[in-house]
Design a protein around this ligand. Structure first.
Ligand code: NAD
Length: 267
C-alpha cells in the first residue's frame, strides 16, 4: 500500500536524472503515484522520455511555461488521460547566464522580466489550470532557494524571482484553500543540477554549505523527494502557504563559516 495509490501527479521541470523534479518523481512513484511529465525544450526529449518511461508515465509533453497555448495542450492531454490530478509539481526556473554573475544592480529590464516570468509567474499560470483539474482538492508544490531571503553570491535576479515565487505561494494558498488545494514551497539547499551550474561560483557554495550547515552535509534529491512525499500528502493536511527548508539547517545560521574555523587557537 502506497501513500499515493490512485493519485495522479503532474510534474513540470525534469531536465535529466539530476533534476530535483526527478528526485521528487521517484519518491512519489515509490509511494504508488501515477506520474505525468512536461519538459521545457525539445532538446531534453531524449533524456526525459526514458526517465518517464521507467516510471510508466502515459503523458510526457514539451511545453515552454511562458507559452499559454503549450501549457493548455499539456493540461488537455492530462485531462483526457486521467480526468483529474491530485498534485502539481512546479520545478522550473530560468535566468540569463549574464544575470547570474557580477552585480545585481546591472540586471537589464529584459533579464529581470525573463527571470520573473519564467520562475515566478509560471507557478501562477500552472495553478490556474491545476485548480480546474482538482475538483476534490489537491496539492501544489514549488521549489525555491534561500537567496530569496538573504543575499547569496551571484544569485542576483533569481533571488528576486524566488521572493516573488514565495509570495505567490502565500497568495495562491489563500485563494485556493477554500477548494481544499494546498500550495507550498520547498526551499532546498544547493544541489548540483543543470540550472544550479548556471550560477557563477556554485561549486564553491556547495563546498561552504557542506562545511558550515548545522548538519555538515549536502542535501540530496532524495531528501527533497521524501519531504515532497510528506508535504503533498494528507499527512500534511493543514499545511499551506509555507516555505519548508530542506537545507541541512543552513537558514538558521547567522554566520555561515565553519565554526571549527572560529575555534582555532589565537584567533
Ligand atoms: P534543472 O535544470 O534540473 O531544472 C530546471 C528546469 O526548469 C529544467 O527542467 C528546465 O527545462 C526548466 N525550465 C527552464 N525554463 C523553462 C521554460 N521556459 N519552460 C519550461 N521549463 C523550463 O535544475 P533544478 O536545480 O532541479 O531546478 C528545479 C527547481 O529547483 C528550480 O526552481 C530551482 O530554482 C530550484 N532549486 C534548485 C536548487 C539547486 O541547488 N539545484 C536549490 C533550491 C531550489
Amino acid at each position: 500500500m502506497g501513500l499515493y495509490d490512485g493519485k495522479t501527479v503532474l510534474i513540470f521541470g525534469v531536465a535529466n536524472k539530476d533534476s530535483i523534479a526527478w528526485g521528487i518523481a521517484q519518491a512519489l512513484h515509490a509511494q504508488g503515484a501515477e506520474l505525468a511529465f512536461s519538459y521545457g525544450i525539445p532538446q531534453l526529449e531524449k533524456r526525459v522520455i526514458p526517465l518517464a518511461e521507467s516510471v510508466g508515465a502515459k503523458v510526457v509533453m514539451e511545453a515552454n511555461v511562458n507559452d499559454d497555448a503549450a501549457i493548455d495542450r499539456v493540461f488537455d492531454r492530462v485531462r483526457d488521460t486521467y480526468g483529474t490530478i491530485d498534485v502539481l509539481i512546479h520545478a522550473v526556473a530560468f535566468a540569463e547566464r549574464e544575470d547570474l554573475a557580477g552585480r545585481f544592480v546591472d540586471t537589464s529590464r529584459a533579464g529581470f522580466k525573463t527571470a520573473l516570468e519564467t520562475s515566478a509567474y509560471s507557478l501562477v499560470t500552472l495553478a490556474q489550470r491545476a485548480e480546474a483539474m482538482m475538483p476534490n482538492g489537491g496539492s501544489i508544490l514549488t521549489l525555491t532557494y534561500y537567496g530569496s531571503v538573504a543575499v547569496m553570491p551571484h544569485y542576483n535576479v533569481m533571488g528576486v524571482a524566488k521572493a516573488a515565487l514565495e509570495s505567490s505561494v502565500r497568495y495562491l494558498a489563500n485563494d485556493l484553500g477554500p477548494q481544499g488545494i494546498r500550495v507550498n514551497a520547498i526551499s532546498a539547499g544547493p544541489i548540483k543540477t543543470l540550472a544550479a551550474s548556471g550560477v557563477s561560483g556554485f561549486r564553491r557554495s556547495l563546498h561552504l554549505h557542506e562545511q558550515a550547515a548545522p548538519m555538515r552535509s549536502l542535501v540530496t534529491q532524495e531528501d527533497v523527494g521524501n519531504t515532497a512525499v510528506w508535504l503533498c500528502s494528507e499527512w500534511a493536511q493543514s499545511v499551506t502557504g509555507q516555505v519548508i527548508y530542506v537545507d541541512s539547517g543552513w537558514n538558521i545560521m547567522g554566520l555561515t563559516v565553519p565554526f571549527e574555523e572560529m575555534d582555532k587557537p589565537g584567533e
